[in-house]
Ligand binder design. Structure first.
Ligand SMILES: [Zn+2]
Length: 322
């Protein structure tokens, strides 16, 4: 199977009450970890590349790594998606360069400017057989070059979604219902603490999601900033010389619930970073004399694979849906 768009994936996910995981890729080990898990579990998967990933690894390397994953996993549908494109030129470059899906994120602009830029990208993308994700509302947090300070986020306004989708022609819509980018999604002041002293974030705004679904029946919704920041990895980082106090994410059961509704794509990046960093720190602490990158990247890759397998089975529900 060649690289696919997300059209068919989302239709099946919407009707089937599950979501497809969109995992950020930056190097070979991450691509392998994700696609080995998806391949073994017969799950569709979206590999997504940010502007920062392109700057780090180079467009061609990333596309070729993803094409290798497609060859190695012929039984599952794989889409290659641009995460947070911020200009027409960046989106065009990815459309021309082999991506099957792009996001144009003009959510920080005015409603009319967001529509105009999104529409421009949609027209070019659709002419080239590529699908487009757009965004309404603003998430808090930090992701590569997307930085929104706490207090400057805003929930999606459901009364705007129909007009936005019909005027832009976008294929899916990212909405803000309280998820957040990065490993520090919430300040202590926004949370309560459980008996173990771990921060418990405020619940997602399912009322906003339900209202959007009512106004856009059958239309695929996307959640960004949906890492759960597993405390086992945070603990591992902190135990082996790291310092990540109060890193906290979105509880998995809330994402599972969103996946059963109209949410067809759930973005996960920080959990990959944490899985790798925790395991590499542990490896270095336990083997101070080792210096071959293969020695510590192997358990890091395995940790990505195990984490993704867990998400596919227990959060996304996409296993067996290839
Ligand atoms: Zn995002």
């Amino acid at each position: 199977m060649a690289l696919v768009t997300t059209t068919e994936m989302f239709k099946k996910a919407y009707d089937g009450g599950y979501a497809v995981g969109a995992f950020n890729v930056n190097n070979m080990e991450i691509v392998q970890g994700i696609t080995e898990a998806a391949g073994e579990l017969k799950s569709p998967v979206i590999l997504q590349v940010s502007k920062g990933a392109r700057a780090y690894a180079n467009h061609t390397y990333l596309v070729k790594l993803v094409e290798a994953a497609v060859i190695e996993n012929p039984e599952i549908p794989i889409a290659l998606h641009l995460d947070h494109g911020d200009t027409f030129e960046l989106c065009k470059s990815c459309i021309d360069g082999g991506f099957t899906s792009v996001m144009i994120d003009a959510s920080s602009k005015s409603f009319e400017e967001n529509i105009a830029l999104t529409k421009q990208v949609v027209e070019y993308a659709h002419d080239h057989g590529v699908v487009v994700e757009a965004e309404l509302g603003t998430l808090a947090g930090i992701e590569d070059e997307v930085v929104v300070e706490a207090g400057h986020e805003s929930y999606t306004r459901p009364e705007e979604v129909e007009e936005f989708v019909s005027r832009t022609g976008c294929d899916s819509l990212a909405i803000a219902i309280g998820t957040s980018h990065g490993a520090y999604k919430f300040t202590a002041a926004q949370c309560t603490r459980n008996a173990d002293g771990i921060l418990v974030p405020p619940p997602l705004r399912f009322d906003v999601l339900e209202e959007c679904i009512k106004r856009l029946p059958g239309f695929p919704i996307v959640l960004h900033g949906s890492s759960s920041v597993p405390q086992e990895f945070v603990k591992m980082v902190n135990q082996y010389g790291g310092n990540m106090p109060d890193a906290v994410g979105i509880p998995e059961e809330q994402l599972r619930k969103a996946a059963t509704l109209a949410v067809c794509k759930i973005n996960i990046d920080s959990d990959i970073r944490l899985a790798m960093t925790g395991n590499i720190r542990k490896y270095f602490a336990e083997h101070p004399d080792h210096f071959d990158p293969r020695q510590y990247l192997k358990p890091a890759r395995q940790a990505v694979k195990d984490m993704v397998a867990h998400k596919i089975q227990y959060v996304l529900g996409s296993d067996g849906k290839a």
